[in-house]
Design a protein around this ligand. Structure first.
Ligand code: SF4
Length: 216
């Protein structure tokens, strides 16, 4: 029976430095999946969105190396950006938008068969496949929270009605990172984040290294 080939809609693929979380500073290939379940990505919808502070362009497939890929061609595109696979294990960050709207076992098997270390950054509203090597959870205050187990939990701070201790107590993660919300109030957000971490030392402050380095 004819089985249609599954295509992943990719906004962009690029090689840069992981700017956030436990692996900040590590070179990585970023694969940004198109679409999110917490915001349409259109400015006119932002005020009604479940997540209203997003600073990422994830709509469409028109970015660098954007397009529709099957599991094999997406793996090849990711591998092609890694400088020397024989010297170091290729490292990919599946991000979005919300990558779990599209990531499936077929793609993970293909990435792993090529020796790629697979990490994901997810808003935690959908279950994450357990064979992913590194899971970064970044739940949002007004969204349902489904995936509670991961390697690190990263909260943008402060967020209305979001109490970091709730996430600390109700998740199973090894690392807890508080990242000051970017935007016009950044200096104040940075001060609040710093104060929070100093008074709750199980949280570590996370700065967006790629922005400091002015990388994509
Ligand atoms: S969940 Fe992430 S990608 Fe989606 S709108 Fe919020 S910040 Fe943007």
């Amino acid at each position: 029976m004819y089985k249609p080939i599954h295509l992943y809609h990719i906004k962009e693929i690029f090689y840069s430095i992981q700017g956030e979380g436990h692996h900040a500073g590590k070179p990585a290939v970023f694969c940004r999946f198109s679409g999110c379940n917490l915001w349409s990505g259109r400015e006119e919808d932002r005020s009604k969105a479940i997540c209203d502070f997003c600073d990422t362009e994830f709509v469409g497939i028109d970015g660098t190396l954007g397009g529709k890929y099957n599991a094999q061609s997406l793996t090849s595109a990711i591998l092609s950006l890694w400088p020397n696979p024989t010297h170091s294990r290729p490292y990919v960050v599946l991000t979005g938008g919300e990558p779990m709207l599209q990531v499936d076992q077929l793609l993970l098997d293909e990435l792993h068969a090529s020796g790629i270390y697979v990490s994901i950054e997810t808003n935690g509203t959908l279950p994450v496949l357990p064979s992913i090597d590194w899971i970064t959870l970044s739940p949002k205050s007004k969204a349902k929270w489904v995936q509670k187990e991961g390697d690190e939990l990263k909260l943008v701070y402060p967020q209305m009605d979001m109490e970091p201790e709730f996430y600390y107590k109700n998740s199973k993660c090894d690392h807890f990172i508080l990242q000051p919300m970017d935007g016009y109030n950044y200096t104040e957000n940075l001060r609040k984040t710093l104060e929070y971490c100093l008074s709750h030392p199980h949280w570590k402050i996370g700065l967006q290294l790629h922005k400091i380095l002015q990388l994509p």
